[in-house]
Design a protein around this ligand. Sequence first.
Ligand code: GLU
Length: 500
Amino acid sequence: MSLFKQPKIRTRFAPSPTGYLHVGSLRTALYSYLFAKQKKGKFILRIEDTDQTRAVNGAVENLLQALTWAGLTVDEGIIEKNGKTAEKGRFGPYKQSERLKIYQKYAQKLLKTGQAYYCFCSPSRLETLRHQQEQVKQPTRYDGHCRHLSEEEINQKLKTNQSRVIRMKVPENQTLEFTDGVRGQLTFNTKDIDDQILIKSDGYPTYHLASVVDDHLMGISHIIRGEEWLSSTPKHILLYLALAWPVPNFVHLPLLLNPDKSKLSKRQGDVAVEDYRRQGYLPEALINFVALLGWNPGTDQELFSLAELIEKFNLNKINKSGAIFDLKKLDWMNSQYLKKIAPARFAELAKPFLQKRFPQFDFNNQQIPLAEILALEQTRISRLDQLGTETEFFFNAELTYPPELLIWKKSSAAATRKNLTLLTERLVNCPETDWTIAKLEEQIKQLITANNLTNGELLWPMRVALTGQAKSPPPFEVAMILGPERTLKRLTIASKKLAE
Ligand code: GLU
């Protein structure tokens, strides 16, 4: 045991409440969570809601619901308590909109030490400036117009309450270095950094000031976030230095890409965790999938429980290159998890999907052989929302399919009809006690051999007659679930279709 106190690991997930949890943000939250848990540290949820123009009702609740569903428990910050949002921890408030005074205090401090200044430039001046810079193909940035106003001028403008912002006085031409957990050592020069706004004209802080102040005051040791924030990091480092605060560790995660390597976006598919939940992905499958977007343990293992991820995750082994969001892989993973869960849990998860698809049935009614139907499907589907189509044959009274579908390969309508008749005759005489999967299979296989048929010549039309589909669970199982009456009726209908 070390004699010295180890620095506490504290990570945070700091979403802006946009109304939904993006799967990319789920990965950011997951990596922050895994690292904190592995190091016996704390995982904190802070809400970055300083952009009042983007406020969405119920957004924080949705976020928490999605995190809870995914199994990521927040240790500190905004938490869910009895279905409502609450706060936990000594460093609150954890919503930035409730911390405005704190940001003002540090902005004032920076003004006092000459590391920030008031800027009174009007939006139209800034617009003209931007326009001019664009025309001569210069980077668009503030030109420092208010950097050197005299104290008198400033006081005069403040007295008359002129609209203003507070900007950071970025030091001129300094080289700084920092080490990113993924990209390694990075160097930047302050001449490339704009005098960023710290406090906006409405008195709210910008993201830069608020996140630096909060990460410091909340004792965050590792800032794990998406690569899109990498360009903000030099600005943040300057703020840490200006405030004489220690610089935390930064880890910028690679982008998530569509299979065509474009940035994962709403246009190409679903991006909200809620969308995946609605389609019937299990939280453990989505978490497993997302964990491997940008990290892998270096072995062949692909399936990990959350506990295993906590154990094996390695923050030092995150890839630099973008990670492809491959839905086929997610489907495969989900099917693996669906196969493994207990039938009782499968039934609980399946019921709402079935109820929605077949509202005319009551799925809590014991008369539906739900356990048998689900036992057939549990190993076949890769998403719960496929259950509706997969089980239609059972719930729909009439099947619609083209008669040709009944005909096996090179067989003919007449031969298929004849085989269906043979089958019907055999099953009509089958005593109710023999209506089990094993006995049905035995009898039908005998029938095939006795009549010199191939399996396909009899089992194919049987499958289509009973399910209306080319792909279905084995026909014996289907016949067993349908029972003698419905089975025989469907075989008769199929024969008739072929005669038409
Ligand atoms: N509020 C930012 C977001 O919406 C957080 C960026 C960060 O983690 O610093 O993603």
